[in-house]
Design a binder for this molecule. Structure first.
Ligand SMILES: Cc1cc2nc3c(=O)[nH]c(=O)nc-3n(C[C@H](O)[C@H](O)[C@H](O)COP(=O)(O)OP(=O)(O)OC[C@H]3O[C@@H](n4cnc5c(N)ncnc54)[C@H](O)[C@@H]3O)c2cc1C
Length: 335
């Protein structure tokens, strides 16, 4: 691993100031970053540690009609939060399904959202793939079993975070601290607007630039009659990323779906909100057959490659199961 300077920041403002330099990277728990550094894929001159920032460790709370979480909240804290289990069980579920107990005990909310893709060509420093400035995406001709089946145009990575799709379905906002020279400002970014598609800039996955730190993440407290769920399919019971996943948030009033948010992940470079599925759900009574049709609808436009056609079937499965679970929670009293 290349030598680097190490900064212990005391809060988000100090971290943002320290992170303005060109080759400076932020570190939460480092479970993704350190892997990349050991693999030679990321070679920062300076690493800014965020775990020493007290404001990123603000507790999970409900305030002014919103659920607020510090960016360094661990996945275990999210999975085990009684508040989240009550108001957004799909979020607690997504955190509890990720990775392994050790990783969940350390990995942070913002680190999970910003973790970089697991494409084996990107992660292997011997492949100069297009994402790393090379001329080709090796997954087109190579091993593409785990790659994208939607929006796989110039780079076939899949978005890896469990938390991103359910937070997007819940309408989450990122609260970001930015530094420019000595000036520090705060801004809000809707999670749905956070992502960068490969066709926009193949070298990155989100809009954060140097000197920007996520301090908190929040979403409006779900209204009564709302149910949320996160469902994924994967090869192994643990220690594995999803093959396909779906986050669903449904609000049901008088036996009718009055609001719906459905976000698929692990199948495209960014989490995908599926408006066509939402359109077919709204105004209808929830039923197994409706949700099965919604699962089938979600596969429209899929462009699988040689080895990942199986994902098309698994998309339909994940979407249907997430909708069934969200609807049961909506009518069952849990929000
Ligand atoms: C074997 C294995 C299986 C896994 N399975 C899953 C899985 O099923 N689902 C899943 O979701 N994840 C999975 N993971 C990934 C794991 O959950 C992430 O590595 C972890 O959540 C990242 O959190 P971190 O705090 O360690 O991030 P770090 O490694 O510290 O950071 C990751 C990235 O986020 C950026 N970052 C961190 N904090 C901030 C901030 N506050 N503001 C701006 N940028 C920030 C960093 O600069 C870095 O680029 C798995 C990992 C392993 C090793």
């Amino acid at each position: 691993m290349k030598n680097f300077d190490y900064v212990l920041a005391k809060d988000a403002a100090e971290a943002a100031k320290a992170a303005q330099g060109k080759n400076t990277l932020l570190k939460g728990a480092g479970t993704d970053l350190l892997d990349r550094m050991k693999e030679g894929v990321s070679r920062p001159d300076i690493v800014v540690n965020l775990l020493t920032c007290t404001d990123l460790r603000a507790p999970i709370r409900e305030e002014g009609g919103r659920i607020i979480m510090g960016a360094a909240t661990t996945l275990t804290e999210i999975a085990e939060s009684p508040l989240l289990q009550k108001v957004a069980p799909g979020l607690a579920e997504a955190a509890g399904e990720a990775a392994t107990p050790q990783l969940r005990n350390r990995g942070t909310l913002a680190g999970n959202i910003c973790q970089r893709p697991r494409c084996w060509y990107f992660r292997n420093d011997t492949y100069a793939c297009s994402k790393k400035g090379g001329e080709t995406c090796y997954s087109i001709e190579g091993e593409n079993k785990f790659h994208a089946i939607f929006e796989n145009v110039s780079c076939n990575i899949v978005h890896p975070s469990n938390l991103a799709p359910i937070l997007q379905a819940l309408g989450a906002t990122l609260h970001v601290v930015s530094a420019k020279d000595d000036k520090v400002t705060s801004s809000d970014i809707a999670l749905k607007d956070f992502w960068v598609r490969p066709e926009e800039d193949i070298s990155r996955e989100n809009i954060l630039g140097p000197g920007q730190v996520i301090r908190e993440v929040s979403f409006a407290t779900p209204a009564a009659g709302t149910g949320s769920a996160y469902v994924e399919t994967r090869e192994k019971a643990s220690f594995d990323w999803a093959l396909t996943s779906c986050a669903a948030v449904l609000r049901i009033e008088g036996g009718i779906i009055v609001d719906a948010h459905v976000v698929m992940s692990s199948v495209a470079p960014t989490p995908l909100s599926v408006d066509a599925v939402v359109a077919m759900l709204k105004g209808k009574a929830p039923s197994e057959s409706l949700f099965k049709s919604a699962g089938a609808k979600a596969t429209d436009g899929a462009t699988p490659m040689r080895d990942n056609g199986y994902k098309v079937t698994l998309v339909a499965v994940a979407v249907k199961r997430a909708l069934v679970s969200a609807a049961a929670r909506a009518v069952g009293g849990a929000k």
